[in-house]
Design a protein around this ligand. Sequence first.
Ligand code: SF4
Length: 82
Amino acid sequence: MPYVIEQRRSCSGLEIGVTVEIIPDNDICGAHGACAMVDEDLFNLDDDGFIAIGDIVVVPAGKEEIAQRGVDACPLRALRIK
Ligand code: SF4
């Protein structure tokens, strides 16, 4: 399921006004929890510790860089930005 960031300001090379999707690969996720350690609200985990992104989530203004850090923190690269 896509995880959407509505980009409102320039950061990390992302363009202003561009909607960015973070797409989790549930087959790759190994329940390390590194993404949720960056922000447990943006990277919601299920009871077993696996990424539980099932809905499109618009990241609040000002949290875009945190979302990027969460994606970058995944040791298995189970998250990507489209
Ligand atoms: S850091 Fe990666 S492997 Fe760990 S829970 Fe998050 S998506 Fe899954």
